[in-house]
Write a protein that binds this ligand. Structure first.
Ligand code: GLA
Length: 387
């Protein structure tokens, strides 16, 4: 019974062809946490257009936790009337009027992670409401769940979204606890978180409070994703969590590495900073169209770590035109030279290939056998290698 429901809905026309490249957008959580409102969302949508992010490919404006306060006597979910005086549909309409798409957050359990009403037992009712409001993307969290089965819970929400008749991207957020890369696609998920939450730091996992593990830095998450490449593809992506670029806890060099690694991982690119108050350096990172093109390459391959020696690494991603995107990555504390040998990235040593630097926006010429560059501490050199 359960299996037939899954296959029925996972193939349904409403959810087919969603997220054929990794979703790009902005989400409230990393910067604003529970401080969400109609004003904030409208300002973010305006800033997404004005900053050039929409032109660079960002689409979804997503309200994360804390927009909801209770259920009414019919069981319908109610948005915070102080923070969203016009209701959620008015916000969605505004976002759509700018040519953007609109996303929202809920939870498969009794309550969200911030203690707001969850979706358990109300999946079809909520999906209808989301469709009525014009929701295009649902992030579905895993806090305060009961003994419920993980796969069945997400399959059920997918079925509910499909039954609403509106195509809605399903973002599975159970932090990699039940290896969602093994089943997320079959359950109709378009992306699934592979780790606990990111925080705005370079490295190191930290307990939220004693005994309650953990948030992670950029390189911890990149390490956790490095071997998951075979599970990603058009319509179904590993999600290393949202971007911290621009939130102040890392250097611009580290933010460039964060963005480059996410692009080579074919990660969803959900910005998480204050879009209305970006330094030009941050805007230039988030809108680097050459790096975004690597993330959005239509072949949909997730890149992998191709070579490692101590704190020097080479990451490589196959592109549709047969070329490679390559990151020379220096995790060490001093500048050093990193070399990408041809064989490491899947080419014969004799091959001559054109190398282009995606951060300097510069053709570097033709190289045979290998390509080397000096890479700053915690930095990357990101190139395409085109035979
Ligand atoms: C969890 C998720 C985060 C965010 C918060 C909201 O921690 O992993 O991304 O959605 O809940 O409470």
């Amino acid at each position: 019974m359960f299996l037939s429901a899954v296959s029925l809905f996972a193939q349904s026309p409403t959810s087919a062809n969603l997220a054929l490249t990794p979703p790009m957008g902005w989400n409230t959580w990393n910067k604003f946490a529970c401080n969400v409102s109609e004003t904030l969302i409208k300002q973010a949508a305006d800033a997404m257009v004005k900053s050039g992010m929409k032109d660079a490919g960002y689409q979804y404006i997503v309200i994360d936790d804390c927009w909801q306060v209770r259920r009414d006597s019919l069981g319908d979910i109610v948005a915070d009337p102080q923070r969203f005086p016009g209701g959620i549909k008015a916000v969605a309409d505004y976002v759509h009027s700018l040519g953007l798409k609109f996303g929202i957050y809920s939870d498969a359990g009794l309550k969200t992670c911030a203690g707001r009403p969850g979706g358990l037992g109300h999946e079809y009712q909520d999906a209808l409401k989301y469709a009525e409001w014009g929701v295009d993307y649902l992030k579905y969290d895993w806090c305060n769940t009961t003994t419920q089965d993980t796969k069945a819970s997400y399959a059920n929400m997918r079925a509910a979204l499909d039954a609403s008749g509106r195509p809605i991207v399903l973002s599975i957020c159970e932090w990699g606890n039940h290896q969602p890369w093994l089943w997320g696609k079959e359950m109709g998920g378009n992306l699934w978180r592979s780790t606990g939450d990111i925080q705005d730091r370079w490295e190191g996992k930290k307990e939220w409070n004693p005994g309650n593990c953990c948030s992670y830095g950029v390189v911890d998450i990149a390490d956790a994703e490095a071997d998951l490449y075979s599970y990603a593809g058009p319509g179904h992506w590993n999600d290393p969590d949202m971007l911290e670029v621009g939130n102040g806890g890392m250097t611009d060099t580290e933010y460039r590495s964060h963005f480059s690694l996410w692009a080579i991982l074919a990660a969803p690119l959900m910005a998480g900073n204050d879009l209305g108050n970006m330094r030009p350096e941050i805007r230039d990172i988030l809108t680097n169209k050459e790096v975004i093109a690597i993330d959005q390459d239509p072949l949909g391959r997730q890149g992998r770590r191709a070579w490692k020696d101590g704190d020097r690494e080479v990451w490589s991603k196959e592109l549709k035109d047969g070329s490679r995107a390559v990151i020379l990555f220096n995790r060490g504390s001093a500048e050093q030279s990193v070399t990408a040998n041809r064989e490491a990235i899947g080419y014969p040593a004799s091959l001559s290939a054109a190398v282009r630097d995606l951060w300097q926006h510069k053709d570097l010429g033709k190289f045979t056998g290998k390509f080397s560059a000096t890479v700053p501490s915690h930095g990357v050199v990101m190139v395409t290698v085109r035979p």
